[in-house]
Ligand binder design. Structure first.
Ligand SMILES: O=P(O)(O)OC[C@H]1O[C@](O)(COP(=O)(O)O)[C@@H](O)[C@@H]1O
Ligand SMILES: [Mn+2]
Length: 638
C-alpha cells in the first residue's frame, strides 16, 4: 500500500498531482484485465506452454473478433499458430515461400500483427502496453501502433517503417517479440493453484517460463512443498521427491537441471537391491523406451530411497506426537522374517519385499551408508543454486492461500471434522484451524526455508507434515498409503480417506461459510482448488458454481482418469469461463498439424455489466490512492 508520504515525495506540484489523478481515474474505467487459473502442471512444460501461448484459447478468439470475415478458417489457423509459435512458424514459412511470395507474406503478416496488437491493447494504458513490449522494438512498435494512417503521408510513413524493418532483416525478431506481447496482453495475470513439480519431465522449465512472465502468483501444492522442503534441508522431503522422480523416470531433472549428483545413491542401490517389478519406473508417458540396464538402475534407486524414506518417517512421527501420525509408523509392524505385516488389526502378506537394510529390532535406524547418503543429498539440495533461484521465485510469488478479486484460491482443502467444523492442528500447545491453520503453517514454512541449516526443528518437520499430515490443507487425506501401495496386495489397504471437506464442498452453504472464514463476500466469491483430478463424468463446478476444481490432468499419467488434458479457468470483464483442453500430444505435432487443444468453453458466471478495473483489488488500491492524492492536492494549494 502506497502511503501519503510516498505520494507527497513523488508528486510535488499541483500539476503533477492532477496529472496522476487523471491517469488513475482513467485506469479505473478500463475493463477488468483477464486472469487465468491453472493447476497441477506436474512438469508438463510443453502442454503448459501451449496453453500459455494460446491464452487458453483467447488468442484465437481475439483474432476472430479482430478480423471477422477477412480470413478463411485455414488462414486464421495459420495466423493463430504464428502468434503461438512465432519462430517455428516463421522458419516453416521460409521453407515454403521464396522471393516475392515471401516478401508479400512479411508485409501482410506485419500489418496483421499490428492490427491484432492494437486490438488486444485497447484494454490497457499505453504505459502498460509498453511494458509488455520487447525493449529493443518499443520505438518501432509504438510508431506502427499509434499511427492513425488516415492521411496519405501517414500511410506512406507507416509502410516505410514496415519495409525498412524487413529490409534491415529485423522482421523475424519483431514478429517474435510482437507475438509474445500479444500473448501477454491476452492474459494479464496467471494464478497457479499448485503442483508445478513431480511426475512430468520439465518442472524446471515451467518455473523458468513463470519467471519470464512475472505477473504470476502461486498457491503452493503438496508436491511443490517437497521441493521447497528439499531446498530447506528436510531429508524427508528429499527422500520423497527422489522416490517420485525415480518412479516416473525423471531422475534427470535432479542431475541435469539442478546439478544434484545421484552417483552415491546409485552405487549404494546397486549393492543392496535387485530388480523388483513394483519399483520399475512408470512409463505411461510413452516416451522413448529405456534400456533394461537403465531400468534396472532406476528400479534399484527407487527401492533404496523408498526404504530410506520409511525409515526417516519413524523418528519424526515419534518426536512430534502433535502430528497425530502414529498410524503411519509402519516398519515396526513388519514380522521379523519380513514376510507379513500387522496393520489395523489384520495380518497381511508382504509382496515385492525390499527390506534387506532393515534391522527389525531397530527398524527406523539408518545404515551408516544410508546416513551418509542422506547427509550428502541434503547438502546437495541446500547448495544447488538453480534450485534456490527457482524456489526463491516460488516463495516470493507463492503462499498457502490467496484472496484475489473476491475469490479464495488454495490447492487442497480447508480441513474440517465430520461435523463440518474446522479441524485443528495443535502446535506448541495452541490449536490452529481455518485461516489460522494456513497462516501458522506458512509462517513455519518461511522460517524453515530461511534456515536450511536447521534440519530437525519443528518448522522443518512441519514441511513434511504439509506433504502428508492428516490435517494438512495441501494434502487433505487422513493417510498417505505409500508403503501399502508398494508392499500389500489387498487394495483395501491402499485407500486414503479424504477429509470430509471433499464431500462438503458440493454444498453451497459450506462454501459460503468458507468464504466468510477467509473474510470474503460469501454471496459473490468463489473457491478455486486444484489437487484432486476431476474424474471422467464428474463436474469441476460445484455448490452452484461457487466451488471450482481445475485439476483436469495436465499430468499425462493421470489423463486416463480425467479423459481430458486439463482445465483453465478464465476471469475477464464479462465473467468467468471454464476452458477444457484436449490431451496435448507434442509440441512438434501441434505445430506441424496446427492442432489446438482447446475444446470447450463453459460459462461459469456471466456479469450483467462489463466489469472495470474499479471493481478489482487493484482498483480498490487506486481508489485509496486517489483519496490521498485529493488530500495532497488541497494541501499543496494550501
Ligand atoms: O499415482 P502415484 O504416483 O502413485 O501417487 C499417488 C500418491 O499421490 C498422492 O495422490 C499425492 O499426490 P497428488 O497431490 O498429485 O494427489 C497421494 O495421496 C498418493 O499416495
Ligand atoms: Mn496435489
Amino acid at each position: 500500500m502506497t502511503t501519503y508520504a510516498e505520494l507527497a515525495m513523488k508528486y510535488q506540484t499541483v500539476p503533477a498531482v492532477a496529472t496522476e489523478m487523471v491517469n488513475l481515474n482513467a485506469i479505473l474505467s478500463l475493463p477488468k484485465p483477464t486472469e487465468a487459473f491453472m493447476s497441477d502442471i506436474h512438469g508438463e512444460y510443453d502442454a503448459f506452454q501451449h496453453v500459455l501461448r494460446n491464452g487458453s484459447g483467447n488468442v484465437k478468439a481475439k483474432i476472430r473478433d479482430c478480423f471477422h470475415d477477412e480470413m478463411t478458417e485455414q488462414t486464421l489457423q495459420e495466423f493463430a499458430f504464428l502468434v503461438y509459435y512465432p519462430s517455428e512458424r516463421v522458419a516453416a514459412v521460409q521453407q515454403q515461400l521464396q522471393g516475392d511470395a515471401l516478401q508479400q507474406w512479411y508485409l501482410t503478416t506485419i500489418q496483421r500483427l499490428v492490427r491484432l496488437l492494437a486490438f488486444t491493447a485497447t484494454k490497457y494504458t499505453r504505459s502498460k502496453v509498453r511494458k509488455a513490449m520487447a525493449p529493443e522494438f518499443v520505438y518501432i512498435t509504438e510508431e506502427l501502433l499509434y499511427n492513425d494512417a488516415d492521411t496519405p503521408d501517414k500511410l506512406d510513413y507507416y509502410w516505410q517503417i514496415i519495409k525498412r524493418v524487413i529490409a534491415l532483416q529485423q522482421a523475424d525478431g519483431w514478429i517474435e517479440a510482437t507475438c509474445r506481447t500479444i500473448q501477454r496482453l491476452t492474459v494479464d495475470h496467471i494464478h497457479i493453484v499448485g503442483d508445478i513439480y513431480d511426475r512430468g519431465p520439465a518442472p524446471d522449465q515451467v518455473v523458468e517460463s513463470l519467471i519470464r512472465r512475472q505477473t504470476v502468483d502461486i498457491q503452493w501444492g503438496n508436491h511443490d512443498i517437497l521441493w521447497l522442503g528439499g531446498a530447506a534441508g528436510s531429508a524427508l522431503c528429499i527422500a520423497n521427491l527422489i522416490r517420485i522422480s525415480a518412479r516416473y523416470n525423471n531422475l534427470a531433472i535432479l542431475e541435469d537441471a539442478y546439478g544434484i549428483n545421484l552417483r552415491h545413491l546409485a552405487l549404494f542401490a546397486e549393492r543392496y537391491y535387485q530388480d523388483n517389478p513394483a519399483f520399475r519406473p512408470n512409463m505411461d508417458r510413452n516416451e522413448t523406451q529405456i534400456s533394461v540396464a537403465e531400468r534396472d538402475q532406476i528400479t534399484k534407486i527407487h527401492q533404496a530411497i523408498s526404504i530410506i524414506q520409511f525409515k526417516l518417517e519413524g523418528p519424526v512421527i515419534q518426536r512430534r506426537p502433535e502430528f497425530e501420525m502414529t498410524h503411519r509408523l509402519v516398519l515396526e509392524h513388519i514380522s521379523h522374517d519380513g514376510q507379513s505385516i500387522h496393520l489395523n488389526g489384520h495380518d497381511y502378506p508382504l509382496i515385492n519385499g525390499a527390506f534387506q537394510t532393515i534391522d527389525f529390532d531397530h527398524p527406523y535406524a539408518l545404515l551408516p551408508e544410508e546416513q551418509e547418503l542422506v547427509d550428502q543429498l541434503v547438502t546437495a539440495f541446500t547448495h544447488s543454486e538453480k534450485l534456490r533461484r527457482h524456489l526463491d521465485f516460488i516463495m516470493a510469488h507463492g503462499a498457502m492461500f490467496l484472496r484475489y478479486n473476491g475469490n479464495l484460491l488454495l490447492h487442497g482443502c480447508v480441513p474440517v471434522k465430520d461435523d463440518g467444523t474446522f479441524a485443528g492442528l495443535t502446535i506448541n500447545g495452541k490449536t490452529y484451524s481455518g485461516q489460522a491453520l494456513f497462516e501458522v503453517l506458512e509462517r513455519n514454512l518461511r522460517l524453515a526455508y530461511a534456515h536450511p541449516e536447521n534440519k530437525n526443528d519443528l518448522a522443518t518437520d512441519l514441511l513434511w507434515y504439509l506433504w502428508t499430515g492428516p490435517y494438512s490443507p495441501l494434502f487433505g487425506k487422513h493417510d498417505m498409503t505409500t508403503f501399502e501401495r508398494y508392499f500389500i496386495d489387498d487394495n483395501a489397504t491402499h485407500f486414503e480417506t479424504p477429509n470430509p471437506y471433499y464431500a462438503m464442498r458440493h454444498d453451497r452453504d459450506f462454501i459460503q461459510r468458507l468464504l466468510k472464514e477467509f473474510g470474503l463476500n460469501p454471496q459473490t466469491g468463489h473457491v478455486i482448488n486444484g489437487h484432486t483430478p476431476v474424474k471422467k463424468g464428474d463436474s469441476p463446478l460445484m455448490a452452484a458454481n461457487q466451488m471450482i476444481v481445475i485439476d483436469g490432468g495436465f499430468s499425462k499419467p493421470y489423463q486416463k482418469t480425467t479423459g481430458i488434458g486439463g482445465y483453465t479457468l478464465l476471469d475477464n470483464s464479462y465473467g468467468m469461463q471454464l476452458v477444457t483442453h484436449q490431451p496435448f500430444t507434442s509440441k512438434q505435432a501441434a505445430i506441424a498439424n496446427l492442432t489446438d487443444i482447446v475444446s470447450t468453453k463453459r460459462v461459469v458466471q456471466q456479469e450483467l455489466h462489463r466489469r472495470t478495473v474499479a471493481e478489482t483489488d487493484i482498483g480498490q488500491e487506486i481508489i485509496a490512492q486517489l483519496t490521498m492524492l485529493g488530500q495532497l492536492l488541497s494541501d499543496l494549494r494550501g
